[in-house]
Write a protein that binds this ligand. Structure first.
Ligand SMILES: Nc1ncnc2c1ncn2[C@@H]1O[C@H](COP(=O)(O)OP(=O)(O)OP(=O)(O)O)[C@@H](O)[C@H]1O
Ligand SMILES: [Mg+2]
Length: 373
């Protein structure tokens, strides 16, 4: 059978672990007319959750269109229009409304082709001027607004609009605000940036959405899911092995799925801790070259700092002399500088809780590898 531990954001309801409360809440927000900001650290499962919500909407035959736009690789209005249009075409395909969409864009002589590998639509447009682009953007929003049913548009990697060459935030806001027939999910992982965009009174999107912070999956629920997935493949796993998986991957979804996927692939019918240890070691080995490349991109002080955080697992007092001395970090100002640089590079994750901020190595596999250095 196929490996039941998916390594892509979403395959099907059956292979998707939990997120029941989250799905219900998001659907309630969206269907009651709120826009939503969805925030979590990388690889927790935001994109998967959006697909799951969309899938649920379709299963329940709720009369809305859904559309997901990933703007990760965009940095200009032109890029945005392209990925947005492609996402709309992909969403419309089933509904054979692509033609009417093209009529909206006809002035730009759009050319549509399909990627031979992925089958995804790819659009090329010719612009004459900046005004063309502005008008096209307006036309696209106008098109969605005029659909006979409501559309939910998820903009994934939303923080990227801060890197545009124009004030995309303000531009988008001006288009989005008057829409009555379109609902938005703004999704991102840079918590600080995302929070700033939606809670800072000076930002265009201030107080325009409901913020939703996605947490890790509950340990017990994930454990049940893992047992069930192994059973699907006629395999059983000991409690000890299961606990090891959850501890070692810190229940960070992508890493938990990856380890389970590997164990499923390599093991026989009865899985014990030995099998899991072997898979874990192999995964680290497979990633070693990437880790070494990262090392080459950092100063030796930064690298040592990262190693220190890995060895501690979680650091809550990065300026305490105990931590500074144990790892030869120097002054607290040094610690602050290194910490900020590594957070900026997304190598360290700052997690704010009621008790304060805790720091850990963002990539769980890198963290486990560094611990043993
Ligand atoms: N509920 C789930 N059940 C099973 N696997 C999941 C679930 N959620 C996420 N995953 C796994 O975790 C991986 C990361 O999920 P996803 O890409 O949705 O995270 P993300 O929060 O959008 O990350 P990023 O911020 O990097 O875009 C997926 O590829 C998938 O393997
Ligand atoms: Mg994502």
């Amino acid at each position: 059978m196929d490996n039941p531990f998916a390594l892509v954001p979403y395959v099907s309801k059956e292979l998707f672990c939990d997120r029941e409360v989250e799905t219900k809440t998001l659907m309630e927000y969206l269907l009651n007319g709120s826009n939503v900001t969805l925030i979590s650290p990388r690889r927790y499962g935001k994109t998967g959750l959006i697909y799951h919500v969309f899938d649920e909407i379709s299963h329940q035959k709720i009369n809305v269109n859904t559309c997901l736009v990933d703007i990760y690789a965009t940095e200009t209005l032109e890029d945005f229009i392209k990925v947005f249009s492609e996402a709309i075409i992909a969403a419309l395909e089933k509904k054979k409304a692509v033609k009417s969409f093209f009529q909206f864009l006809s002035g730009l002589r759009p050319m549509l082709s399909y990627n031979t590998l992925t089958g995804n639509p790819e659009l090329t447009m010719t612009y004459l001027s900046d005004r063309d682009k502005q008008q096209t953007l307006a036309a696209i929003f106008d098109f969605i607004e005029k659909q006979d049913k409501k559309t939910i548009v998820a903009i994934d990697e939303f923080q990227q609009i801060r890197n545009y060459d124009i004030n995309m935030e303000a531009l988008l806001r001006s288009h989005i605000q008057p829409l009555k027939n379109v609902q938005f999910i703004f999704c991102g992982s840079k918590k600080h940036l995302m929070a700033e965009m939606f809670t800072d009174a000076r930002s265009p999107f201030y107080e325009s959405t409901r913020c939703f912070y996605l947490e890790k999956i509950d340990r017990e629920v994930y454990a049940d899911f893992i047992i069930r997935m192994f059973e699907k493949g006629k395999k059983s796993i000991t409690t000890e092995a299961l606990d090891f998986i959850l501890d070692w991957t810190k229940i960070h979804t992508f890493y938990t799925q990856s380890l389970c996927n590997h164990v499923f692939l390599k093991s026989g019918r009865n899985i014990g801790k030995e099998d899991v240890l072997q898979s874990a070691a192999q995964i680290l080995k497979e990633n070693e070259q990437t880790f070494l490349q990262w090392r080459d991109l950092l100063t030796s002080n930064q690298w040592n700092y990262l190693k220190a955080v890995a060895k501690e697992q979680v650091v809550t007092q990065p300026y305490a002399s105990k931590f500074l001395q144990k790892y030869n970090i120097g002054t607290s100002a040094n610690s602050q500088r290194l910490l900020e640089a590594l957070i900026d590079k997304e190598l360290i994750l700052a997690n704010s809780t009621l008790e304060g901020v805790s720091y850990s190595v963002y990539n769980v596999f890198l963290s486990r590898w560094l611990e043993n250095q």
